[in-house]
Design a binder for this molecule. Structure first.
Ligand code: ATP
Ligand code: MG
Length: 584
């Protein structure tokens, strides 16, 4: 953020530094150009900026050189102030609207259930939480909402921690809802004793039916006959009741238009071992109960929730009001979804159960572990999420937008190499045996490689199919050739015979990539496509391109970024013979 105070600190630091380096005198123009190079966005407020600089320059010039040097030393971490990279990107931060202030500082929380691996939707939620915590110098809590032991596993707590770390999220506090289970029990009992909740022993079908009919069940009707209710409360907590025999329900309003308010479940008995607490606890709050109580007790100032919870917000606030607990401000944003790609643990689990995919990091998935394996950079995910802002609109953003942000980041880091898919032999009459040195990147210094060439090359079938006899083409970064003959067998191109032409560069000449038979290796590129087509699993969602790559790939480490020219950006796998396609 560029608060006035931030700008003042920056102007002061620049003026002091410049004056102390120039015999004690600085001037408005020098300071102005320096500040605009650090913060170009300040051009929009040039007038007030110049005023500010004039005042500061004037006061700095009045100081003795020694005093200027002393003040400069006193400035805490002047390098941090002057180093724009060390500060959060002001443009990005400004993409989120200001929060309504509640008097206390900003505390946000990200509450995942450890029932699966986190995906890009979770990244959206946690990045917004994190961004606000940073914008306001506040705190971010990572709270595992682990109150349904049937679905939760230690493996998932770990996966969430690891993947958030990879995303660059550093929570100030990490905790589990289950840490507070006894406190939650107490609040549940209190609500019941106060007559705001009751024990219900009806079966789930009956509960469902009465909800639809807007009718109260006898358990609720008897609530005023409270001895019965309290006895039953004890029976829940002393283990008399077993799973599915009794629940605690909120006393809402069975006639409410908002069906969430029709006496929702607050606690249920789950007789499955909890990943952290084992068999010690079997009475678990629902998310509806745990979330507001935990948010309030954790000091959350702004509870950022996806819009799907809209109907549940009334319940969230009612529970807090009845318990006389502080209300956080609820702020909503839209769920992130993409066309034809599941962004939901439930859907991903279904695909795993059906055997359509075999792991949470399958490259077709948008789990964070899959995206990491597939060459997406955390910074691209962050920029993408922030570019969406805090809209409530349920539109699906184009996945291409994320790809293009990623491309900008990986382009300067990816070495350029040749790969030919479905290769066809090309012989070049009159070509010399030689070694050529090729640049690994057109503009950045990513080194060079030496490639041995003779008269035999391979090009991709797709390129070969477009060649015509007599045509002149350039073998990229090598020389020009003339196509003499295209050998066809069974109606398919089999080989190309060409002759050396020259090495001049012609603007409009067709250029194709190649590999040399002196320096090549078999290579396979895995290409992930959309997992669904017309709402059904797409059986062709994972294809592979087989071909030949320059032998230089054998020297690459796992997870190296490569742009196979005219093919796309790829990331190498653990072996030396394959890579995953990232995007074009
Ligand atoms: P899923 O449907 O994938 O199981 P969930 O909401 O059940 O998602 P939680 O672990 O409960 O998963 O989610 C933790 C937080 O992440 C919640 O606050 C939720 O709103 C948010 N979240 C989950 N999916 C998305 C999404 N697709 N877009 C934005 N936020 C999401
Ligand atoms: Mg959930």
């Amino acid at each position: 953020m560029n608060s006035n105070e931030d700008i003042h600190r920056l102007v002061n630091a620049i003026a002091l530094k410049n004056a102390s380096e120039h015999s004690g005198t600085t001037n408005v123009n020098t300071v102005l150009s320096r500040i605009l190079s650090l913060k170009p966005e300040l051009k929009s407020q040039l007038k007030s900026l110049i005023e500010e600089i004039s005042i500061v320059v004037d006061s700095v010039n009045r100081l003795e050189l020694e005093q200027q040097k002393k003040s400069l030393e006193d400035l805490s971490s002047v390098d941090t102030i002057l180093d724009s990279k060390a500060r959060p990107d002001p443009i990005q931060s400004r993409m989120l609207p200001e929060l309504q202030m509640t008097g206390t500082g900003v505390v946000t929380r990200f509450p995942p259930e450890p029932n699966g691996y986190p995906h890009i939707g979770h990244a959206k939620a946690v990045i917004i939480d994190d961004e606000y915590a940073r914008m306001y110098n506040g705190k971010l809590i990572l709270r595992f909402d682990d109150t349904n032991p049937m679905n939760e596993k230690l493996e998932y707590y770990e996966a969430i921690k690891n993947d958030l770390e990879w995303l660059g999220i550093k929570p100030d506090i990490i905790k589990n809802t289950s840490d507070d289970i006894l406190i939650l029990h107490e609040y549940g009992k209190k609500l019941t004793r106060n007559g705001d909740a009751y024990v219900c022993t009806c079966d789930s079908n009956k509960i469902h039916k009465l909800r639809m009919q807007q009718l109260e069940c006898s358990c609720r009707v008897n609530i005023d006959n409270s001895i019965n209710n309290l006895e039953r409360l004890d029976k829940i907590f002393d283990g008399t009741y077993h799973q599915n025999e009794a629940i605690i329900r909120f006393k809402g309003n069975m006639q409410d238009k908002n069906t969430v308010m029709r006496d929702p479940t607050l606690f249920r008995i789950i007789e499955a071992p909890h990943p952290l607490l084992g068999d010690k606890v079997q009475i678990w709050p629902t998310y509806d109960f745990a979330a507001p109580v935990e948010d309030s007790l954790d000091g959350v100032s702004h509870a950022l929730r996806t819009k799907e919870y809209e109907l549940r917000n009334t319940l969230y606030l009612s529970i807090l009001d009845r318990l006389k607990l502080r209300r956080p401000l609820v702020v909503e944003f839209s769920r992130l979804e993409f066309e034809n790609m599941p962004v939901s643990k439930r859907k991903i689990k279904q695909l795993l159960d059906e055997g359509a995919i075999t792991s949470w990091d399958d490259p077709r998935l948008l789990t964070l572990s899959a995206m990491r394996k597939r060459g997406f950079e955390p910074k691209a995910i962050r920029s993408f999420v922030l570019s969406l802002g805090l809209t409530l609109a349920e539109t699906k953003p184009p996945f291409k937008a994320l790809e293009s942000m990623n491309r900008k980041i990986i382009d300067p880091l990816s070495i350029r190499l040749f790969f030919v898919k479905d290769p066809i032999m090309l012989t070049v009459d009159g070509a010399k045996n030689m070694k050529v040195t090729l640049d690994n990147h057109p503009t950045n210094n990513l080194g060079t490689r030496e490639v041995e060439v003779s008269t035999v090359f391979y090009i991709s079938r797709d390129d070969a199919n477009l060649l015509a006899e007599g045509e002149q083409v350039r073998l990229m970064e090598l020389y020009n050739i003339k196509i003499d003959r295209i050998v066809v067998e069974h109606g398919k191109n089999k080989a190309i015979i060409a002759s050396y032409l020259n090495n001049e560069i012609f603007r409009n000449m067709k250029k194709i990539q190649w590999v040399s038979d002196k320096s090549m290796t078999k290579y396979n590129i895995l290409i992930p496509y959309e997992l669904y087509q017309n709402n059904k699993f797409n059986p062709r969602s994972l294809e592979s391109a087989e071909g030949l790559a320059e032998a230089f790939v054998l020297r690459l480490k796992p997870h190296a970024l490569v742009q196979f020219i005219r093919f796309g950006f790829c990331i190498t796998e653990n072996n030396k013979s394959s890579a995953i396609f990232i995007h074009r």
